[in-house]
Design a protein around this ligand. Structure first.
Ligand code: HEC
Length: 134
């Protein structure tokens, strides 16, 4: 391997190994903000119930998170238009819940569709906590 190629390869490896750590600290700061707002400890079990249940108040055709995200957080979901959605489980999609704007946008949109209202900080924290165990 020539020297420039070696250096580029090493730089690439460094970036690749830093990316998950950065996603991790971004996720931690999102959870900390939610925690301050919620004031109660998050529960993976409640997050699971929020994810799996059928809800009233939203659009009848999207009355559960599982309509798009499937019943298994480990599986690839589908939008209403038929496009793939990467699995929600953190073990499957490493960069999940690490971009504050993306997290806020999709909670707002999906909670309105499914519950007919925005999710509370507690619900959001429970959901991310559950998906982090999956
Ligand atoms: C109508 C289809 C649909 C339903 C129903 C739905 N989602 Fe989603 N969700 C999406 C799409 C599309 C995305 C964006 C694509 C992606 O993140 O891969 C997304 C992304 C998200 C994200 C962002 C994840 C990240 O990486 O930051 C969260 C959080 C989320 N959904 C939570 C929920 C919750 C909670 C429910 C149930 C209350 C729900 N979704 C129901 C389609 C849906």
């Amino acid at each position: 391997m020539s020297k420039p190629v070696l250096i580029l390869t090493l730089a690439g490896l460094l970036v690749a190994s830093l990316a998950p750590a950065q996603a991790g600290s971004a996720r931690t700061s999102i959870l900390e903000k939610l925690q301050n707002e919620a004031g109660t400890a998050f529960s993976a079990e409640r997050g699971k119930v929020l994810f799996s249940s059928t809800h009233k108040g939203g659009k009848p055709k999207t009355n559960s998170c599982t309509v798009c995200h499937t019943k298994s957080p480990l599986k690839t979901g589908k939008t209403r238009a038929g496009k793939d959605i990467a699995p929600m489980a953190l073990s499957k999609t490493k960069d999940r819940y690490s971009d504050p704007k993306k997290v806020a946008k999709w909670f707002r949109r999906n909670c309105r569709s499914v519950l007919g209202r925005e999710c509370t900080a507690l619900e959001k924290g429970d959901f991310i906590t559950f998906m982090s165990t999956q």
